[in-house]
Every structure is written in structure tokens, then in C-alpha cells.
Design a binder for this molecule. Structure first.
Ligand SMILES: [Zn+2]
Length: 170
């Protein structure tokens, strides 16, 4: 995901580390944070150890959001898509409010709004899930459909796996 423009290299570096720390705080794994923020993985693992008092999980990274989602998550996914859509800045760089032209900061902002909607943090989508969700939509791995009945947007497909239709009407 691209960053918003920054007017000086020094400020950009500060911003990059601030975002990297935030992503590690939300338990996005160091390899993914490294790609997203152009930050050294070794440095990120040290930040993880310091923040979470443990080593980052090993093993394969998810290929897409599909493997992370269950049917019961789909209302939350639709809610998150609606929040994300609402915060996409519409400007000369992105007049149509396309998901493709959004930044990692937009994703963090949307996730923080989403978190404020729930008292029990154990029941919310993990940041990692939202990260892969938006990434998959950006790269057309997942598609957003609009329900003909309630007009809500929902996640329709991911990796050719059919999902379950509108989560509010089904
Ligand atoms: Zn519906």
C-alpha cells in the first residue's frame, strides 16, 4: 500500500517508523510490515519482541483474506468495508474514491473507528484480517457486491471461493 505524499525525507522516515510500530502493535507480522513500510525486518522483529514480550509467529503468511474468514465474520467484514469506504478521501488524486488509491494510513484509521464500535475486543476482526481484506479488494482477488434488497455492500468472492451472499439478508 502506498503512503500519502510527504514533504521531506526526514518526516517520511519518522512517519514510516510510526506506522511500522502501529502495525506491529496490531500484530501484523514483520515480513508484511517490512514490505508495507520499507523497513528492515530485523528491526521490526526487535520492536515486536519489545512490544509483545514474545517472538513473532513463524510459519506461512496468509495468501488472501479467504482463509482467515468464516461465515460468522461476514457482517463484520461488511461493516468494515462500509467504514473504510466512508473514510476514503475524495480528492484530485482519487476523485472516484477508489479502494485502489488508498493508503495504509486509511486502513489504520478505518480499523481504529471499527474498534470503537465494540466493547468486547475479543469478538472483533483482527487487524491482519482487515489488512488482507482491503489488499485483496485492491488487487481484485476479492470483489465487493451490493445487495439488491438492503443495498449494503458485502464481500462476494475471494480466490474463486463463493461466499455466502448478503450477511444482513441471509
Ligand atoms: Zn442485504
Amino acid at each position: 500500500m502506498k503512503f500519502l505524499e510527504c514533504d521531506s525525507p526526514y518526516k517520511l522516515e519518522m512517519k514510516r517508523m510510526e506506522i511500522a510500530r502501529k502495525l506491529i502493535g496490531y500484530q501484523l507480522r514483520p515480513p508484511q510490515v517490512a514490505i508495507t513500510t520499507f523497513t528492515n525486518q530485523k528491526k521490526l522483529r526487535l520492536i515486536w519482541n519489545e512490544m509483545h514480550k514474545s517472538s513473532p509467529p513463524k510459519g506461512l503468511q496468509p495468501h488472501s483474506c479467504a482463509g482467515l474468514l468464516k461465515k460468522r465474520d461476514m457482517r463484520d467484514v461488511a461493516t468494515f468495508i462500509a467504514i473504510f469506504r466512508s473514510i476514503i478521501p475524495k480528492n484530485s488524486l482519487n476523485p472516484e474514491g477508489s479502494f485502489r488509491k488508498t493508503s495504509i494510513e486509511n486502513l489504520i484509521d478505518a480499523y481504529e473507528i471499527y474498534l470503537t464500535m465494540f466493547e468486547k475486543k475479543s469478538q472483533v476482526l483482527e487487524f491482519q484480517t482487515c489488512f488482507y481484506l482491503i489488499r485483496d479488494i485492491r488487487y481484485d482477488i476479492a470483489t465487493i457486491a451490493t445487495c439488491g434488497t438492503c443495498k449494503c455492500e458485502f464481500l462476494e468472492t475471494a480466490n474463486d471461493k463463493a461466499f455466502w451472499g448478503c450477511p444482513f439478508c441471509n
